[in-house]
Design a binder for this molecule. Sequence first.
Ligand code: SF4
Length: 242
Amino acid sequence: MNPKTTGQIHSFETFGAVDGPGVRFVVFFQGCPLRCLYCHNPDSWNTNIGRVITAEELVKEILKYRSFISKGGVTLSGGEPFLQSEFAEAVITLCKQNKLHTAIDTSGYIPLSVCKGAVDAADMLLLDIKAIDTHMAKKLTGAGIENAIKLLNYCESINKRVWIRHVLLPGWTLDKEQAHSMGVFLKDYKCVEKVELLPFHKFGEYKWESLNLEYSLGNVEPPEPEQVEEIRQILIGYGLNA
Ligand code: SF4
């Protein structure tokens, strides 16, 4: 691990409350190989922009907030953190040396052979399962979920804590049958502590417009709370903590 390893970050949030346990410092990495139709950070896609920073400098910034995040920790998000796996590993390792809890939020798209060091170093992963049907995932994001499953299997083999995250998108993943498939698939993983269902929202639509990108979900309305609850109950029925 080289503390001088540089990376490109999009931004950071100092009091994140939705990306892992407790109050967290969330670092949004610049660059993502996927193109999720509902992405609320399309400005994080481009790998040629972003603030260049060393792992050491970033952790120095994080440590300014140490007292606020001592019961939470640090989450690397994006973009896709594993697109810059060495940098992610260096940041995580320095955070760990400073006794901060660490999590990585990933789509699982980057092959394990590339991201293993960072996975091993982190305390936990927030792993997005974009759609339980890999063909649907491909239409929705540009890639199937094969690598995400390999990553999940690896986490199971090394007892790495995982929270699964899953966006419920009407007309796509907001579907009872798919929820059953997901329940059947996830129920035996001991590493999966929690399944977080994220109702689709359109908060990022304006960013698509400002980047001159066509947002295809303009006519899709967010799911009703009862619909989300119905999916949650299906997953709970499989013994999952949803
Ligand atoms: S993986 Fe995340 S950052 Fe990348 S396109 Fe999908 S939602 Fe956006």
